[in-house]
Design a protein around this ligand. Sequence first.
Ligand code: F3S
Length: 420
Amino acid sequence: MKLTKYEQEMLDGEHGEMRQKALQVLCDLGEYEGAEEFVEVTLCHSDNAVYMGEAAAAFVEYLGDSGVKLAVPTTTNACSLDMDKWAEQGFEPKIADAIRRMEAAHAKMGAIPTWTCAPYQSCVQPVFGQQIVSAESNVICYYNSVIGARTNRYAGPLELLGGIAGRVPYFGLHVKENRYAEGLVKLSDEIKPEWFNDDSLYALIAYAYGSIVGNRVWAIEGMPKRFRKESLRDFSATAASSGGIALYHMVGVTPEAQTVDMAFNGKRPKEVEEINLKSLCDAEKQLNNPEVKNVDMILLGCPHFSYDDCQQVLRLLDGRRVSENIEVNITVGRDTADRMMDDGIYNELLLSGIKVYKEGCALEIRAKKRGIKTLMSNSGKFGTYSFGLTGIQPVFGSLSECIETAVSGELVREDKPWRE
Ligand code: F3S
């Protein structure tokens, strides 16, 4: 790879041992990917936050103890647990201790302690065209697609090395020419505009889209032009998990696809597919467990709920308490929790019987250990990964269905056009 003078100095160890090691690894990656040079990044999102065993904790501690500072502003992803309420969540002290060590290591490197898998809802986020380095699939998908920032789908340790070196090899989605769509998904006329008032539709369309597209860059046409940003968060998270989507173009919505022509750089789509009523029905069959009659636990916040989501929950509750037969958890990022504590929303949710947890990953629950057999969520990502990670296939429903189930203590399923 062609190196600048500064990069050569880094590789020669003139800017410290850890920056040298980081650049060595990134050079190997660049050569493997056929990159000819590096591109400077100006933001990093670290996914070295969940406790995946001692090796993961030791890696971050090794970096933190070296004295190296991150070269660019770096936010932290969701960790495994609420750092204050981990015992209530059923975590062992050993894991809480490891998370605190990982937190301290990030702090030593100068990371911004967002502790959220929805950093785009926090105080730091990129802008259009910004070169960044990120792990966590929903964040990558949201930053690339909704904001128009540029990152590849990096694996855990690599993004921290990019944050330390302040650069990554210039390949993949960092390069403008690789970001144009190849194929097009059209929404069938069977899917009516008014159906989008149901928040679960975004996850169902995203699931179907991810299943068609895999890890390619495609566009989708026919989505509404007015939306809650949380809907695009849910679309990004589900598409990134049902497929391997790192970038999608939503025509008329996302910034690199204001028109079909723009998404395809004036070329014609190589393939065209359709998402219709049957696609929604099939997607829900994949996400939803029809065997469940009684729900033990409802998990909201995968990705982390926003402040607006929490207000929406209170609106749906309308002064009612949740049933004592069902545990309801909402997971949020650290600064969303701080804001909700300041203005009383956090307490209002607690008084309604909902447990609010911050910082941790909603999927990192000790479900089986706690005797929980059935789960419900409004998240397409949760529905995709739950069985693999918790051994439980959850019920998938809209936020309204989750709240009505929580209040009544019995599974509530509303009539939907895509339900048989
Ligand atoms: Fe966040 Fe965990 Fe879901 S990191 S997106 S809550 S799987």
